[in-house]
Design a protein around this ligand. Sequence first.
Ligand SMILES: NC(=O)c1ccc[n+]([C@@H]2O[C@H](COP(=O)([O-])OP(=O)(O)OC[C@H]3O[C@@H](n4cnc5c(N)ncnc54)[C@H](OP(=O)(O)O)[C@@H]3O)[C@@H](O)[C@H]2O)c1
Length: 351
Amino acid sequence: MAHSRTSTGYHLDKPQDGVDGLDGVDRLVMRAEELPPPGPRQVLIRVRAASLNRRDLMILDGTYPLRAAAGVVPLSDGAGEVVAVGEGVRRAEAGDRVAVTYFRRWIDGPMTLPLISEQYGASLGGMLAEYQVVDEESVVRIPAHLSYEEAATLPCAGVLAWAALTTGARPLAAGDTVLVVGSGAVALFGVQLAAALGGRVIAVTSGEEKARRLRELGAAEVVDRRATPEWEQAVAALTGGRGADLVVEAVGAPTIARSVASIGFNGQISLVGAFPAGGAAFDPNLFNGRFFHLQRLAVGSRTSFEQLNAALSRHGLRPVIDRVFGFDEAIAAYRHLRDGSPFGKVVITLP
Ligand SMILES: NC(=O)c1ccc[n+]([C@@H]2O[C@H](COP(=O)([O-])OP(=O)(O)OC[C@H]3O[C@@H](n4cnc5c(N)ncnc54)[C@H](OP(=O)(O)O)[C@@H]3O)[C@@H](O)[C@H]2O)c1
């Protein structure tokens, strides 16, 4: 019989009057709370690692489209061990190594408006705490070869990259050319996964060191956007003028026009990046003579997560981690994501 449990975690307090929320990190307060036992069809997880995404910074500074619940535990991404299950639970049992889906109950099929508003670490308690209670529908078993720190990188950026490559009207087929724009966390997963699925990856990045690392991850070609600002011309040259079959557009407003200019006939662009208000204007004339599919993604479903895990296991892939912080260093972890130009995921490990 499960009972309540004390959990120490970070909580998102109200914006403070008079405090300049430059990054909002001053809103994170660590405290203990009493968690009720898991209810019917819920599971209690001992969180062992969590990871940060851009959206977690946006939630803090109030620019994320979904409002965070007052006092909520932040971070969508986490992995840990099931320690207790509520009545009627069938998908998990104590001792399971699991990760939690970004959305509470987007199981499969298309995203809907009601589903999008139920997000851990925003409207629902997230992973930056010792324990969390989640729906049994929200847990997936993690690959055996991954540590908790590695598995905690998957729920947002990993699932999104997988969905960009495998869903929509034009999923990846072996031999396709896949253009991956940027070298943020989503892009790194995009390069690894596209190469593992048999794609020929062209990556667009800035600087030689990032280019070298992208090649190590599986990029066949890398275009340095500093040396080649009109990189769509390089993509055209590398594809014999045909353009890319798929584009993982993981930057946003600064690069979308060149991504459209890079897409091949009947190809598919997956729009991943954020489009902040006041971003670059877009010239609709770019569509003239170009025929392709465009999908705007919100992470992915639980089915995509399970498929991702199977692919990671099959290919023995490991996520790229930039740095792991301790639980009491969570504020520094947020600042590192904001200011430290990480290459790979920023992870927080829990005791
Ligand atoms: N739709 C969703 O479900 C979802 C989920 C997760 C993230 N996102 C969004 O996806 C985007 C990527 O997130 P992320 O965490 O993977 O990466 P990130 O940390 O935001 O990094 C983005 C990368 O974009 C490149 N970049 C930045 N400014 C640029 C510019 N002016 N021109 C060209 N490239 C530029 C840089 O790569 P190089 O230096 O290599 O060029 C940078 O590493 C963000 O906008 C994030 O909010 C959306």
